[in-house]
Design a protein around this ligand. Sequence first.
Ligand SMILES: [Zn+2]
Length: 578
Amino acid sequence: MSAMTDESTMEDEAADVLGCEAMGQPSSYETLVEENRRLKALLHRQESQLRLLEQERLKQGRHVPPPSAHFPPCASTASPPVPSPSASSSSSSPSTPLPLPPVHSLSSSEISRYSRQLLVSRFGVTGQRNLLSSSVLVVGAGGLGSAVLLYLAGAGVGRLGIVDGDRVEASNLHRQVIHGDSQVGTNKAVSASSRVRDLNGGLRVSVLEEDVGYGNVASVLAGWDLVVDASDNPLTRYVLNDACWLAGEGGGEGGGEGGGQGGGRRRRRQPTALVSAAALGLEGQVTVFDYEPLGASGGGGKGGREGGGKAQRGPCYRCLYPKPLAAASQSCNESGVLGPVPGIIGCVQAMEVLKLLADSPALPPLSSRLLLYDGTSSTSPFLSLALPPSSLPACPLCSGQLTTLAECASWAAERNLRGPRLTCPSSLPPSLPPSLLPPEHDITCQAYASLLHAQTPHYLIDVRDPTQFAICSLPNAINIPLASLASSLPPSLPPSLPPPSSPSPEGGKEDGATTTSPFPSLPSLPPRDAPIYVICRRGVMSQKATRMLLEGGWQRVWNVRGGLVQWREEVDGQFPMY
Ligand SMILES: [Zn+2]
């Protein structure tokens, strides 16, 4: 069972404020402004708690069982729906959040705080009340999650759950703007929770410092009204899709209604709606998978889809991506991304959450549609595509071939889907890839460094793409990308390079400095009797290149094992890495 930690600092905050006054600290203007801000946040929290407790009192007075009675994991607890601050700070809080009761009216401070969105007629008071009584679980507190969490916190979602097992790195901060320099090394869910609580003191926030997989997804998702997939890897996307889809079917580990309302939607034990997105490079995409059972009522919100139900189920994530796409398996660590791209896509995700929870026909969500974003386009960067219906019988989920999470897990294991820890290699200590070459054609970085210092004549071929090569490289390296090398090999041999020179042992270039290589540019290859060393970022592509050269007739070829990552570990700790 995965334990989420409820975080609340209301009592601490009150003590801080009172302590500050009691100690008679200087009442400068800045201090008074700060105290005023903190007291307002405290007042906002207390009003929210008072309102919820009053609603609960009224319910019990009418002998209506509290919503938690519909949730077996919580039925035995004597805790009220709104945990006291002291209880909510316990790390042994149950993983299933207590359902939030409906909000029938807004407090004075809530009207003031949310006035600008209350004035949006399509959202209004009904949308805000639905929002305040809803819980949203955001899986991933990275680039997408930064935008999603900040805007949902600002909008006043009743409870936010943040799930992430990763830690903040400096290379994250250009796009994961919910974190800062001071949080480097901190768990991302913990870091994000402090920011959203600072943004909106009335929020209830739950944190889970874990990754989501088939083994824990049922317990992690239990009790939440809506899920946002802000992850960055194909395995998590399949896991969340499968769990929500099975919940919509009412079978597997995810089914069954839980009673009550989550916003305007029918509340179930497991969420059935998933706001899914991806962003990489200069592109992104968003869609909403709403797996509410066909014919089910949309919920109780005024003007909602009451009595309507869905006529036809749209495609699931597996319908769109029956096999993990190569691009979907890439991560920002490998392919790069401009910071605003996940920010834009994350904002669209937050908007879709607001629309789903508002549950108004005036705000149709992106169900059965795919919104594409192309950052290179100056004329039509957004494109909304209508998706076809469920791809029966091709989809193993929609066709009923996969009926449980265990079966889905086996499907993923057979395809060796990559999870979050495998798509964030920079967060791990470097490890050498398995060698696919004969030992006599594999040398260590230290051995190559000795050769370099001895100024032994040779060629060094770097098979990374030119974009990565421009960031940093070893001295006198020749950039021949792997794809170019493959197209340059026999039968159409290119002209040969001049005889090898003795490279300087000094350090490599970086930051786009002009190459010092004396050799012609692509696609020239060294003579067949020349000594050639091959390197790349991590030592995988260089093995392929070495094998290609050996099979092409070059005899004196060696792979520099572990690539530039290992070079930094073994030889030069100051060598730039990206
Ligand atoms: Zn499907």
